[in-house]
Design a protein around this ligand. Sequence first.
Ligand SMILES: *Cc1c(COP(=O)(O)O)cnc(C)c1O
Length: 434
Amino acid sequence: MIYYNLKDHQEKIDFKNATIKGQGKEKGLFFPENIPQFNEEFIQNLPQCSNEEIAYQCMKDFVGDEIPSEILKEIVAETVSFKIPLVKINEQISVLELFHGPTLAFKDIGARFMSRCLSYFLKDQQKKVTILVATSGDTGGAVAHGFYKIPQINVVILYPKNRVSPVQEKQLTALGENISAIEVNGSFDDCQNLVKQAFSDQEINSQLFLTSANSINIARWLPQQIYYLIALKQWIQQHKEHPVICVPSGNFGNICAGLLAHFRGMPADHFIAACNDNHVIPDYLKTQKFEPHQAVPTLSNAMDVGNPSNFVRVLELFGNQFDALKNTVSAYSVNDKETINTITKVYQKYNYLLDPHTAVAFASLEKYLEENPGKKGFILGTAHPVKFPDAVEKAIHTSIQIPGSLNELMKKEKKTVEINSDFEELKRFLLHKI
Ligand SMILES: *Cc1c(COP(=O)(O)O)cnc(C)c1O
């Protein structure tokens, strides 16, 4: 498959090089040159398909012959090697639990696929790659875990000191080996700025091959289609009508993957982008004006994004037709108070504990269903509530138990390097310490 740069359509690249490079000239995102359609029979027979088979059907056309099919089958099997259940919360709303992977976040799926593809592509090369990421909590853990002990790859993660939860911190800092965690005396924005400076620093780039592992990378973005089909497989066994699909959204990589699957022939009634107080896209759908702003901090901090990077891909999918976009996608903004109230209500009424991101989705889908009675749908459960104990405890007034599966992790020692929000300190580390 060939991909083109959305900022410069002349720049074309194959799957392998798009995976290695991440982004194109002028920081443009890559986009597939054509949208391969699902076979109708495949969609009808989903209930008979294993998750591995669904994953393979989702990805094969995007990879083409750049990875032999037996190896791609192994890669996708490892990508979805944990349960992804669709759980009914009430008659109208179900939740697709995407948090049963190693770091209890949906980002595990994209990170696992990307790491294994990158590892395959680097196998016969001398090249060493350094993955540099800033995280507000979730991305770092998934990337650290996805790339742990993968040869020829070093991972450097920057996170804001004292601003990630205890579980998140252990996931970032306890692995060691090829994973380095840097605690920055500053905010997430400071971390992001340091990473940006590193990507444009000549001296660093002459010595290291830097790449990123965020959802800009097609090898992290595209595999997110897989679980929409895994959801549908479970949905059609219980429902006749097509689902409304509601996605907690920050950079819009996740919802864009669902929309891509829909364009390929996956049935869905409607899509909803659930946002917190960072409401650039809900505003855009009202006014047709795209006005990025500084991110404001909220309880669902993995969605605190003021300029959603993947939204250009959403626009490209719809051929920049605003009306077509509006017919398929709605967006809501849910503030922290509503988020807390939703966690409380759903816990009391249905005995189901939502994390703050998934709660934003629940509240958004409820709003849509009120305006559109008779419909039903599911939300994407993007993180386990134990990763966001402060918000959850505020809502249900009891502390939440860390699941036994995390005992080992929580006992491990934290290993970090601490730096100030000072580029020279990061540069010294990158040039001399890894
Ligand atoms: C990253 C993240 C999101 C946002 O996903 P995007 O693809 O950036 O829209 C939502 N919820 C959680 C828990 C996340 O970690």
